[in-house]
Design a binder for this molecule. Structure first.
Ligand SMILES: Cc1cc2nc3c(=O)[nH]c(=O)nc-3n(C[C@H](O)[C@H](O)[C@H](O)COP(=O)(O)O)c2cc1C
Length: 442
């Protein structure tokens, strides 16, 4: 019988802050299995985040816009540097790269359907491009990753933009993982790998040793695609100020900065929780680097890692991002962790709202799996409709906030519209602590 909190208080049982119940369970698990914990999702610890910022809506000194009568635009152009065909998106929220392999074919198709319905882009991932996601995605960004799994020049040419991935927020400095149970015949064929054998992707590109080689690579990619497609560079947030400067110097049209809350399909828990910096801390560093080079708003900045609401979108834009990308929230919108699968999650030793075993391929929602039976539970048309609805809500929420701050475009939001409710968030986001003029460190 387990004690309630009241029982424990009566019995004088005290939980250790250092060795709390989850730490004890983790030590027992390690002692029993001798293997480290691998899981999906992003960092679960509490970190300074967009929740710690608030908007200063208009009152006397600022003039708000009327919600139902005055326009507040949301469109964004990405990669209008040297590419012949920049991406014109209707909303500033894009779908982040998530691999076919990590996700089922129908889930990838649904991401394309949902994104296209509301005029935004989606992104391939480690393992290549599937025909169904290409067909369903009006704007598809093709990831060029260290592993080169599924990479081929024909698909580069079929894409609308190319994203050179140097790292991810969940695991900067680490490569991908796809466990054997998800290496189905189709995944194996696309990646030229044996079926059913655990796969670890490379953590660095095979043909470069530093930023100068990135310059050569970007030029190569431009040549292969006839200078048509914008080239993005994606980094996991660590030394963001320097990485952004180096990526701009190498010729990137768009920089993607993914903070440590960013999701993953499979990574060591110790990596997810202990490497990288919070998204909130990464954005001002990236913006500073772009401003110092005189290219802020010319080289666009996409921010990801823990974006959930229109308020998060608006806050990222106010700090200087041009757009955001979502991974985890998009999967939830498709139906991941839905209470309708409560009984199935329980059988797996998890619960709706807690399921993070994307690596196992046992996802009852049929999203992070390659099991044909589970995947067939997921309807890509319905999933796409749900995602489109969710993206519409994010957009309307961001517009509501922008109008209240007197902006006729969501991208006109600025740091001046924000305050922080904690000293940590004020220092990281470089906005004043609420009710003061104080920005710690400045
Ligand atoms: C299931 C899943 C698979 C992913 N696969 C990739 C990938 O193949 N390449 C990549 O660069 N990032 C990958 N990511 C990371 C996302 O592109 C993105 O950086 C991250 O999900 C953003 O944070 P969020 O999940 O909090 O929105 C993956 C994330 C998830 C959840």
């Amino acid at each position: 019988m387990s004690h309630t909190a009241d029982d424990r208080a009566r019995l004088g049982l005290r939980e250790s802050a250092t060795f709390d119940r989850s730490t004890i369970a983790a030590i027992h698990r390690a002692a029993e299995t001798g293997i480290y914990d691998i899981r999906g999702w992003g960092a679960k610890r509490r970190l300074p985040h967009f929740d710690d910022l608030l908007f200063l809506g208009a009152s006397m000194s600022r003039y708000p816009l009327e919600g139902y009568r005055e326009r507040c635009d949301t469109d964004v152009v990405l990669g209008d540097g040297c590419a012949k065909f920049p991406l014109h998106l209707d909303i500033p929220t894009t779908i982040a790269g998530m691999s076919f392999g990590a996700l089922s074919g129908p889930a990838k198709e649904a991401l394309g359907r949902g994104a296209s319905e509301v005029g935004t882009s989606t992104t391939t991932g480690d393992g290549g491009m599937t025909p169904e996601e290409r067909t369903q995605s009006k704007s598809l960004v093709y990831q060029y990753l260290p592993s080169r799994y599924g990479m081929n020049p024909d698909d580069l040419r079929k894409a609308d933009a190319i994203e050179v991935v140097l790292g991810q927020g969940a695991k900067p400095g680490g490569g991908g993982m796809l466990l054997g149970q998800k290496i189905s015949p189709r995944v194996a064929a696309m990646r030229t790998l044996p079926e059913g054998i655990d796969q670890r992707s490379a953590c660095r590109h095979p043909d470069w040793t530093g930023p100068d080689d990135l310059t050569i690579k970007i030029n190569e990619l431009r040549e292969i695609t006839d200078w048509e497609k914008p080239i993005y560079v994606k980094v996991g947030a660590t030394r963001v100020y320097y990485d952004v400067k180096l990526a701009v110097h190498a010729g990137a049209d768009v920089i993607v900065v993914d903070g440590m809350q960013g999701g993953t399909a499979a990574t060591q828990d110790v990596f997810i929780e202990h490497v990288g910096i919070p998204t909130l801390a990464a954005v001002p560093q990236a913006v500073q680097a772009l401003q110092e080079l005189g290219v802020h708003r010319k080289v666009q900045l996409i921010v990801s890692g823990g974006i959930r609401t229109g308020a998060d979108v608006a806050k990222a834009l106010a700090l200087g991002a041009d757009a955001v990308a979502i991974g985890t929230a998009a999967l939830i919108a498709l139906g991941d962790n839905h209470p309708r699968y409560a009984a199935d999650y329980e059988k797996l030793g998890s619960a709706a709202g807690f399921f993070d075993d994307f690596q196992d391929g046992t996802d009852p929602a049929g999203i992070s799996t390659q099991d044909p039976e589970l995947a067939s539970r997921f309807d890509p048309v319905e999933g796409g409709r749900r995602l489109a609805n969710y993206l519409r809500v994010l957009t309307m929420e961001a517009q509501t906030i922008a109008r209240a701050c007197g902006k006729s475009h969501v991208c006109h939001l600025e740091p001046e519209d924000l305050v922080a409710v904690t000293i940590e968030a004020a220092a990281m986001a470089r906005v004043p602590l609420a009710g003061t003029e104080w920005i710690p460190g400045q």
